[in-house]
Design a protein around this ligand. Sequence first.
Ligand code: GLN
Length: 509
Amino acid sequence: MTIPAYPSPKSDRSSLLVRSFSGHPPGLPSLFFTELWERFSYYGMRALLTLFMVAAIADGGLGLSTADAGRIYGNYTMAVYMLAIPGGFIADRILGARRAVMLGGTLIALGHYALAVPMIETFYLGLVLIALGTGLFKPNISALVGALYGRDDARREAGFSIFYMGINIGGFLAPIVTGFLAQSAWFKSWLESAGFDPTQSWHWGFAAAGVGMTIAMIIFARHAHGLPEPDSQDQDGLASDETPGQILRSTAAMLAGTLVLLCLVLASDIEGLTWLRWLFVALPIAGIIYAVRLPSDDAKRMAAIGVLFIAAMIFWAIFEQAGTTIALFADQLTRTDIGGIPFPSAWFQSINPVFVIVLTPFFAALWMRWGVKQPSPAVKFAFGLVFLATSFLLMVPAATLAVSGRVSPLWLVGLFFLQTVGELLISPVGLSTMTRLAPLRTTGLVLGLWFLAAAFGNKLAGVLGSGFSSSDPAALATSFLTQAGLVAVAAGLLFLAAPWVKKLSVSAR
Ligand code: GLN
């Protein structure tokens, strides 16, 4: 693949970041910074969302119950990732990845600005706009990173590791900024002295997320023209051999399918219909069995993707409990002071992005050094699950100790360290592998499927976290142990399946 000439970053050439980009295609820095700021907006808003919904109306919040806020939060995060399927598909068939990112980013920015307006109508409008926009943006920015590398380019995995670091720089900075604007006494008193209503501080936080997304779009708009489209010879990235009628029909079918799936997941909350959650596993297994029997190489690669899909879903179901079980463990069962100085329990949420930033250069260098000799994605995923299982195993003694009072914050630091190592073996590796295995002109769609695993995982994390009770740490210890055991079994099965998955993937173009 030819890489178009591209301006190199004008920042300090000796900085660590610029050195990380050296040896990579020239399009990587702009995609890195675009995604950094998009994730700043996503995580900055997400950090406030639940707090804003449960805050009393007198304090500028919505005054919702924890259960209602939890449901809205869970369904919103699930929808954000699920809409990546139509988002990817529409980019493959109609818009191309660059235009999809532009449109998606614009919708996201409008969504955050809608949230900045203190009205209930604009609140729901904002959530819908952000979910729709992220569906268009997220799979396609990742597809554009994949398009920078040739199929067998050994730098692909390292490139995605660097891209993933950008995601987490945004994820680390955002809650600090939006939390400061929304919650700090200092900013509230400034609002008051400047003649603004201090209870509306939440909306300043949401506006900051909108500014982040606007910065992302300015960066992208300036550089998009130089970026190659995924799978395209002619730079439009579209499936040009289809008639408009065919495109219309397949797009309508795709939208209808996503809507049905969304309704099924929402229905799985209804008592008596919770068995629908088994579909999360049953559907990909059925897909694998179907695809593996087809003669084409594309179908075999899709079967390999199906196996990785299940592993990723299991990973996110445990990992995303950082926002449920682990957030509550941090708040109610962990000491939240250093040397007698208290700190907000929400700060624990920044540990994972910090570890990603610290550990990513190590992984990027490892993949670069091993080059073609590195383990297959399935083996990396299996190790990722091992680290994940170990992280919950670590919480068994922590929960047991919590029976006699709050425990040291170091337990959670250990948990996040192990989970981050697991995350780096699964998430950036998954992105890279999806862009490599995707059949021609389906990169966006396949990335949409990848994020569907995150959608199901987020939903399951909500379900698994809903049983948390700080008054019974012993039961919590049993729950951590059971979940660690199940993940360990999944890791074992994946190790066994890895040679088969590799065989299914080698036929990749
Ligand atoms: N934390 C990563 C991001 O925001 C991964 C999310 C996911 O794939 N579930 O991009």
